[in-house]
Design a protein. Structure first.
Length: 314
């Protein structure tokens, strides 16, 4: 589907909510998210900006909607729009065109009773995770879904070009690789959202979806895993165990628990998990999936439904 076709579908969905089928709604959200990465640059937000957006995230998580909310987001160079699917309205909070600076894209349901949120920190790097996040937002029951809008390793193309230009210069030094990782940096809208989530849902669950390459694993257990569940710590948690048990029952494949079954990909340095734990919150769930498992969840509605059920069950 071309970008022009996406725009047409997006417009129809925004103007005529009943028009949207599952695929139409999906492509509407995908088009919005593609738009947020157009500038492909990360500019660290100021402490004041982070305080402002934490307050706005909190109000959205607690159900506030309306014109005033939109106006306050506009001051941060964001736009808010709506789309519909299966009789449900979804709020899209995205960076306004021309103002992309790595703040991310966010989907909130019009109404929800859920205290679960999804976070996709590496959507451009971990193939299928962005697609899974969009599908689960529409079909599942989540209070919000977060998507990164810049690549975790920075603008590789620009870095490569700069490095090539420096090769013949005696006094030049290699350009530092940018770190735009939403699961590693402390100064992002993702961490501001996490702080808002802690206040809004003290007993909620924040579920991060990641992807891994089996060939890069250091252990046999890691290479043979289809999915690795963890609490982001060197010890497991009741929620991580419950999540693993449900997924193990419903999905085929090697569903493993860190650190009990496998000793890698536990997400122990993840800034979001650390932020939650620092506040005494026990709701962090870190899920790593190999490429095959991601493909099944993204493309098989039945498998995705089983996966979604487990994410909202514990």
């Amino acid at each position: 589907m071309t970008f022009k076709q996406w725009i047409i579908i997006m417009t129809l969905c925004l103007l005529q909510a009943p028009f949207c089928s599952a695929n139409d709604a999906y492509h509407t959200l995908e088009a919005h998210l593609k738009q947020t990465k157009a500038d492909n640059i990360f500019i660290p937000p100021s402490p004041e900006e982070l305080q402002q957006v934490e307050s706005l995230f909190y109000r959205l998580l607690k159900g506030e909607r309306g014109k005033q909310m939109g106006q306050e987001w506009e001051k941060l160079h964001f736009s808010i729009s709506e789309t519909a699917y299966a009789g449900k309205i979804f709020l899209l909070v995205m960076e306004a065109p021309g103002h992309g600076s790595g703040r991310g894209g966010y989907i909130f349901p019009g109404h929800t009773r859920s205290n679960r949120v999804l976070m996709i920190p590496h959507g451009f790097h971990d193939h299928f995770t962005g697609q899974i996040g969009i599908r689960l937002s529409l079909e599942g029951n989540f209070a919000a879904t977060l998507f990164n809008s810049v690549h975790r390793y920075g603008n590789r193309k620009k870095n490569k070009t700069a490095a090539n230009k420096q090769k013949n210069s005696e006094n030049s030094s290699p350009e530092r690789q940018e770190n735009w990782d939403m699961a590693a940096r402390p100064d992002t809208f993702f961490t501001a959202f996490t702080k808002a989530f802690i206040r809004a849902f003290p007993r909620g669950s924040l579920i991060q979806l990641h992807g891994f390459a089996a060939k890069k694993r250091k252990t046999g257990q890691g290479r043979e895993s289809d999915m690795i569940i963890s609490a982001g710590t060197r010890y497991t948690s009741a929620r991580a165990q419950a999540c693993r048990e449900c997924l193990q029952q419903k999905l085929s494949g090697n569903i493993r628990l860190y650190p009990d079954d496998v000793q890698e990909l536990g997400g122990t340095r993840n800034i979001i998990g650390r932020t939650l734990r620092a506040a005494g919150h026990k709701g962090f769930i870190h899920i790593e999936m190999n490429h095959s498992m991601r493909g099944k969840i993204a493309n098989e509605p039945h498998t995705r439904g089983l996966f979604s059920t487990c994410l909202t069950k514990f």
